[in-house]
Design a binder for this molecule. Structure first.
Ligand SMILES: Nc1ccn([C@@H]2O[C@H](COP(=O)(O)OP(=O)(O)OP(=O)(O)O)[C@@H](O)[C@H]2O)c(=O)n1
Ligand SMILES: C[C@](O)(CO)[C@H](O)COP(=O)(O)O
Length: 232
């Protein structure tokens, strides 16, 4: 952080994990020595520049308060919304931030993000006019299907990236972009797409492929292997 702007973090954690399918929401499942969400929050708390980590929770969440990190003075909670973008908007509203402050949004379901990647994102994102996201280049051949599940075409994968989190934007611009998308009923799955709808071009910062999102049950075993290998 080079200017007087502060850095905040938001952790969307209000999802129910339909694709994972466990009774306990996936962010509360045990992964090595702690739960998935505790790993994700710990990675953010390790960044001393972050003033507050706001966690957006399902309004009926009964699990978060029993975690040790819930008592951390830099951690606060807020009720999330129906979609991930609603949860991020609720968390933004709860911040006592200036428009020029930076906000780092990181999925509770991405416990394997490395300290190195977060610091790279902050250093390079804060130097960019719009902000930035972690991402990895697509390595598979990409097909677009017909409605019948046959191949319509092979999509050129050159310059194609998979978007990860954290994603870093100015508080004012991100709040405006999310409001614009809500008012125009635009479906967005990450913060960068909201910014794109407003004509902005966030930077892509190449991150580690180990920064997976826990989506299906097998992802938990893969995450355990990545965490056991230590720093990336
Ligand atoms: N209304 C929602 C939906 C999702 N999330 C969070 O957004 C992150 C990424 O979403 P995803 O992996 O899709 O989580 P779920 O919505 O829980 O999973 P699914 O789509 O399979 O139900 C997760 O940390 C999830 O808790 C959120 O805060 N609020
Ligand atoms: C924000 C995100 O992690 C980027 O990959 C992702 O879009 C959120 O997950 P979802 O499965 O699209 O809800």
């Amino acid at each position: 952080m080079t200017d007087k702007s502060r850095l905040w973090a938001i952790v969307p954690a209000a999802g129910r994990g339909a694709r994972f399918g466990s009774e306990l929401p996936k962010q509360y499942l045990q992964l090595a020595d702690k739960t998935v969400i505790e790993h994700s929050i710990a990675k953010l708390l390790a960044i001393s520049d972050i003033v507050t980590v706001v966690v957006a929770l399902h309004p009926e969440d009964t699990f978060f308060d029993s975690l040790a990190c819930a008592n951390d003075p830099r951690v606060s909670r807020v009720d999330g919304g129906l979609e991930r973008s609603d949860s991020v908007a609720c968390a933004l509203q709860s911040l006592n931030a200036e428009d020029t402050d930076w906000v780092l949004v990181h999925d509770a379901a991405r416990p394997c993000v490395s300290h190195h990647d977060i610091t790279q994102l902050i250093e390079r994102g804060c130097a960019h006019q719009v902000g930035a996201i972690l991402a990895v280049p697509v390595v598979d051949t990409i097909k677009r299907s017909t409605e019948d599940g046959e191949i319509q075409k092979t999509v050129d994968r050159e310059r194609m990236w998979r978007a990860l989190t954290p994603q870093l934007f100015r508080y004012g611009a991100l709040t405006k972009a999310l409001t614009y998308c809500r008012e125009h009923q635009l479906k967005i799955t990450d913060e960068a797409s909201a910014m794109e709808h407003c004509g902005d071009k966030p930077a892509l910062i190449a991150g580690s492929h180990r920064n997976i999102k826990i989506t299906y049950p097998d992802d938990l075993a893969i995450a355990e292997v990545f965490l056991s290998r230590g720093g990336q």
